[in-house]
Design a binder for this molecule. Structure first.
Ligand code: ADP
Ligand code: MG
Length: 338
């Protein structure tokens, strides 16, 4: 399939804010990332059209994506109308209009939004994921085989929303309190799973069919992390650059791993990718326990691909400059439509 003009679609409802110590912090201005993707594509000789998605301008958005001017849509939408749960709906819309687009199909985006379904599929296809159960009852009893410590997460959130120090629980009281918190704050069931105390890796996977490859593994370096806190990538650690926890969870890519572990990380990530029906690109979170077993925590079928995010870092470690990486995503999608 020949691609000359690419339409980049993205959410344009303003930057997110977060309050730390009574101070409001703005982060994640999508415009900058969009310009970088557009700049990369233009550098490679493509023409680009930017089509923002807003609730107010939704009619206009529909008109534009159907104007026939682009050969391929570069999908940077992470939801719609300020709701990340609509991420799958945008992909579904593109499918409905029979438009060609980069990234994952709506069904994969939808399934991955539910961490329980994701884990059921992984288990069903023989990929190890920590033992878990899903509940909306704070007075639960522990199913057989599960013991403390456990981690409690919202069933249907991502980007570490609802992941805090209190997410790791050691007693029935803490467990009940945390389930209650999830029910109230996130209007979501709680996913309770075995807490894997060990190294954490993210593996970026690209491609389709037998051309699917894993990029060099990235590891979260917890060595400077406060001893008294459970080692997790909480919301604060992941996003709030001014937080000390952010600085104490730097990603290291390529991760210092043996050839044997690298092979296992890559193979496990690709198995998880295929199990979820992933397409073009996705990121897989994993932990290695003290006995050397690898556990898949989750699959992210719409990971951040901006220049300073983990995926681009892994691509860089594989020898791809940013614009080459973005170009590769286009080539992968275009090839799939042939
Ligand atoms: N079973 C687990 N054992 C240890 N740490 C976990 C476990 N599940 C999640 N975490 C920690 O919480 C972080 C966020 O959880 P994750 O399942 O990746 O959700 P998301 O990134 O979508 O919020 C992980 O990066 C990891 O640090
Ligand atoms: Mg994650």
């Amino acid at each position: 399939m020949s691609v000359e003009t690419i339409r980049i679609i993205f959410n344009d409802e303003g930057a997110d804010t977060y309050v730390v110590d009574d101070e409001e912090i703005e982060f994640g201005d999508i415009r900058e990332s969009v310009e970088e993707v557009a700049g990369s594509l233009e550098r490679l000789g493509y023409r680009t059209i930017l089509t923002p998605l807003t609730e107010e301008g939704f009619d206009e958005f529909l008109k534009e994506i159907n104007d026939g001017r682009a050969d391929l849509v570069f999908n940077l939408c992470e939801g719609a109308f300020l709701n990340s749960k609509f991420e799958m709906n945008i992909a579904a819309l593109l499918e409905l209009y029979d438009l060609k687009f980069t990234g994952n199909p709506s069904i994969t985006l939808g399934v991955a939004l539910n961490k329980g379904w994701t884990k059921d599929i992984l288990k069903g296809t023989g990929v190890d994921t920590p033992l878990h159960f899903v509940t909306d009852d704070p007075s639960v009893e522990l199913p057989e085989g599960l013991s403390f410590p456990l981690i409690v997460k919202p069933l249907t959130e991502d980007a570490s929303l609802g992941i805090e120090t209190d997410s790791v629980v050691h007693t029935m009281e803490e467990l009940s309190a945390r389930i209650e918190h999830i029910l109230e704050e996130y209007c979501s069931h709680a996913l309770v799973e075995r807490f894997i105390d060990g190294r954490e890796f993210n593996i970026s996977v690209m491609g389709n069919d037998d051309e699917t490859v894993a990029l060099p593994p990235s590891e979260i370096d917890f060595s400077e992390y406060p001893e008294e806190l459970p080692r997790i990538c909480s919301y604060e650690a992941k996003w709030i650059e001014v937080s000390p926890l952010y600085r104490k969870t730097p990603p290291v890519c390529p991760a210092p791993v043996s050839e044997e572990l690298k092979k296992r990380l890559e193979a496990t990530a690709i198995r998880a990718y295929r199990a979820l029906g992933c397409r073009d690109y996705a990121r897989v979170d994993m932990r290695l326990d003290k006995d050397g077993n690898l556990w898949v925590l989750e699959v992210n079928p719409n990971p951040d691909i901006s220049r300073d995010a983990g995926f681009a870092r892994a691509a860089r470690a594989a020898g791809m400059e940013y614009h080459q990486f973005i170009g590769e995503l286009v080539s992968i999608a275009a090839k799939r439509y042939e």
